[in-house]
Design a protein around this ligand. Sequence first.
Ligand code: PLP
Length: 400
Amino acid sequence: MKPMNERLVHMPRSGIREIMDVVEAMSADVTRLEVGQPHFPTPDHITRAAFDAAQNGFTRYTPNHGLAEVRASIATKISHDYPALEPTADNLVLTVGGVYALALVVIAFVRPGHRIMIPDPGWPNYTLQAITANATPLYYPLHQENRFRPDIAELERLVTSDTDLLVVNSPSNPTGTVLNVDDLEALLRFAHDHDLRVVSDEVYDKVVYEGEHVPLASLDTEGRVITVNSFSKTYSMTGWRLGYLLADQRTCQELTKLSEALISCPSSVSQKAAEAAITGPQDSVADMVDYYRGNRDLAVRTLADGGARFVTPHGSFYVFIDIDGTGLDSSRFARALLEAERVAVAPGRTFGPSGSSFIRASFCTSRHEVERGVAGIVCFLTSLRSHPDRRPARGVDHRS
Ligand code: PLP
């Protein structure tokens, strides 16, 4: 038989999913801080709208780029939240989560063999999508000493003439960094100088504790930026699989053709749920963010009291914890922590080459779980640093 596509065979799995699989195979009671899955149920009025739509026979294919009325309500909400942006329904394509919106952009704008500049550390799926599109990831480092903000001089040293796309993610997964206007303008100038398309992943735009979220597209005078967003995190709708991208009309038309090839259209009932999310009361969003803020404060206090090194996250719901000096790389640390304390975290290496000496803990779960999980991390870090002889044998950190 002819072999499978080599690119797929060599593609690593996301390290987040791997640790999830390990946890799910364990019978023990585990505190789960490894995944970014808000623990709140989807607000009632959203679920009800989907239920009513399904009962009323709203169960057919929709246009490839989504229902006009849903796109129109998203456009109105964007104009309300960010007056510098004034999209119409024609500037939107509805997608199967933010992840599929990102994939569309990668397929559409990166030529085979060309490069994508990806934040390091950054969400693992950027790398997986680059591999899928037969492109090469080009990591730009974000240093802890610089609060994980991009250093344009470093991007200048790395960029090549065959680089097509720059990925920007603020608020960031995994670091919680929220880029300010100066950072964003510098990135746009860099993109202009090298004629790069930019995809701005803003799925955590509503989850901000300090400062404010500035949409990159609001500073873009050239139509370079394609914005990706999602209902998953803002409305606790991860399983509904609905997101969208915001771009110029021509881009939207081309990407709509691509959606016919790949998915035909997003789920009709999920679109109706999203419409209810956008047009209905927004207090549940504020309540959830307040709760995450409480979790964040608890996590950073416990980590600081325990002598851990980290940068306080200003947005998203993750803290990226430095494990340097423990003698363990991130994968072995995550496995050993799971065994010793029954706490699951994501190994930093899955977020890029610079993540080997970090772990990511998510705090979008219950207060009790955050309290127990972060205390477990501190306890484990302390025992490794004060009793190096208790370290498990050193291993090699794998991306997968
Ligand atoms: N972008 C980032 C940075 C994420 O962390 C995630 C999910 O964890 C996504 C995009 C995609 O989310 P979804 O496909 O559920 O909208």
